[in-house]
Design a protein around this ligand. Structure first.
Ligand SMILES: [Zn+2]
Ligand SMILES: [Zn+2]
Length: 147
């Protein structure tokens, strides 16, 4: 898959199916190369304020990637995994820069709309620093609060 084909994919918001908390606002529907029956949602930015690591690294039978499960911070249920160290074949074949995965049976997703609210937001339209901007807004309002 080329990078441009990812740009035509919808951006989804990913929610924990157990407690409904928002886990990630930059989700992308992905299909495991090893098992196309398994549906996943991936993201490029570590969702570090909504999920945490559980247990230790492990590898799957299908390849040499080192994985680590991630759980919802709010309710503690495992919702996906992080690819700690991708193996070479995976890096070569499916590298879209997304190393955070959510299991589709542990999350619910909503397609994001573009600013007009009429069209689906695609990855090609997504600002590079989407989450970064949110953080800037947060710190600005905090500063105003101090003043
Ligand atoms: Zn949860
Ligand atoms: Zn691999």
């Amino acid at each position: 898959m080329s990078t441009s084909s990812f740009k035509n994919k919808c951006v989804t918001q990913v929610y924990c199916i157990y407690c409904d908390s928002l886990l990630c606002t930059r989700g992308m529907k992905a299909v495991l190369l090893a098992d196309t029956d398994i549906e996943l949602f991936s993201t490029d930015i570590p969702p570090n304020r909504t999920v945490d690591f559980v247990a230790s690294c492990y590898a799957t039978e299908s390849c040499q990637c080192k994985l680590r499960d991630i759980a919802c911070l709010k309710c503690g249920n495992v919702v996906g995994y992080h690819v700690v160290a991708p193996c070479k074949p995976c890096l070569m074949s499916c590298n879209n820069g997304h190393f955070w995965m959510f299991n589709s049976d542990a999350v619910s997703t909503v397609n994001r709309l573009d600013p007009s609210g009429l069209n689906l937001l695609l990855w090609g339209d997504l600002p590079e620093l989407d989450d970064q901007e949110d953080e800037n807004l947060d710190s600005q309002s905090e500063e105003e609060f101090i003043r």
